[in-house]
Design a protein around this ligand. Sequence first.
Ligand SMILES: Nc1nc2c(ncn2[C@@H]2O[C@H](COP(=O)(O)OP(=O)(O)O)[C@@H](O)[C@H]2O)c(=O)[nH]1
Ligand SMILES: [Mg+2]
Length: 456
Amino acid sequence: MTDRERTPRRTDPSGDGRGGAGRPVSESPLSATWRPRVRERAVLVGVGPGVSERDLDELAALADSAGAAPVARVVQSRSDPDPATFVGKGKLSQIHDAVHRLSAEAVIFDDELSPGQLRNLEERLGAKVIDRTALILDIFALHARSREGKAQVELAQLNYLLPRLRGWGEAMSRLGGGIGTRGPGETKLEVDRQHIRRRISKLRRDIQHLSRTRQTKRSRRESSGIPQVAIAGYTNAGKSTLMNSLTAAGVLVADQLFATLDPTTRRLSLPGGREVTVSDTVGFVGKLPHDLVEAFRSTLEEVALASLVLHVADASAGGLDQQIGAVRDVLAEIGAGGLPEVLALNKADLLDEAARRAVRRRYPGAVLVSALTGEGLEELREAVAGALPKPPLEVTLLVPFGREDVTARLYREAEVLSTEEAQEGTVVHARVSERELAVVREFVTRPVRRRVEASR
Ligand SMILES: Nc1nc2c(ncn2[C@@H]2O[C@H](COP(=O)(O)OP(=O)(O)O)[C@@H](O)[C@H]2O)c(=O)[nH]1
Ligand SMILES: [Mg+2]
């Protein structure tokens, strides 16, 4: 499964966002509508001085993460956006044509639109209009795992929504109220607003409380025996593509043990037989609207629970050093700075020999890969296997013949150092976690040796 085929996270058997049988799916008046259910066809629009279609690469990757399929790109080079419709009249009709010719359902703008622009555009284009902020919020909502992360994202969504709410009372209330402006439309809108304001206050209180209890999350790291690899990096670096090509034959992890993880988590077998889970995390974005910084960080915080960070960067993009630096800074701030990191410099297929030599010299410990052609993936698997924290306990076991399942399990979930056939079975020398030890204790023949260095 790619994040394209993702199913909504919250239980929603009817798939209509209402949870069937009139049961609300979430407490928020909005959140059900933030779940992409089908792959919507979308036209991408960028405005700015000297803007080119390539400048919409990041927006395309963001749209993809949110479950949309970009079908066209329209750009307009101008420095001052039109106050009413953001783009000029000519462009508007070009977008309109594209929408109807390509049966697009949505138009996605690479900037934040004012509430008025959003409304005008929807009316004139006859399609759903999404701005950059709403798109990013949508992706955060799909990636938020912790209670704090979910609360931060919902808070940002509601703050975004509040000035954009409209009912049929609104057009008339602009006329100054009075006769003709009172009625169910306006009452309903006011009720919605009050409801949202109350919810915002509650979320703020919850978040204060939750950030105080954040520490307890850390203990979850040990709860699963299989090490977790978190893929982090900028949007458009190729995280999802790399995850797919690395785990092409891998199974989607859907069993109970990992129910709390991302639905895009997969198992990956490393050289030597050790297994890990790999999760695609929320991507860093270029122009991150200031109001979204907190939501982003708390959504990304789950990375701190992983055993290793697989940091993916686009080696063909400009500003590689700054991007790598920015990712590492934020990871350090959210408590993931101490984790082992493997740096994958992706899109090697786009580099010529000179550029390859330059990045190799600049990042000697990194692995040059191409998620697209498969180049370097074997080396990357080895680098991940080598950088994984070692299980802390060294044991010798005697596994009787007929219990090959135990040996197989040790290969998968521990680190097998050596095996030797003996008369009564196989002598296995391995490094295991506390949890693994509990499972295989009956076969241990030698006292357990604990490694001196602290490890996760
Ligand atoms: N040339 C090239 N393009 C790549 C490579 N990996 C990913 N891409 C492209 O880069 C874009 C963004 O990839 P995606 O995996 O969605 O990035 P994400 O936002 O980090 O998940 C897509 O158009 C991919 O096809 C690569 O190794 N080489
Ligand atoms: Mg992605």
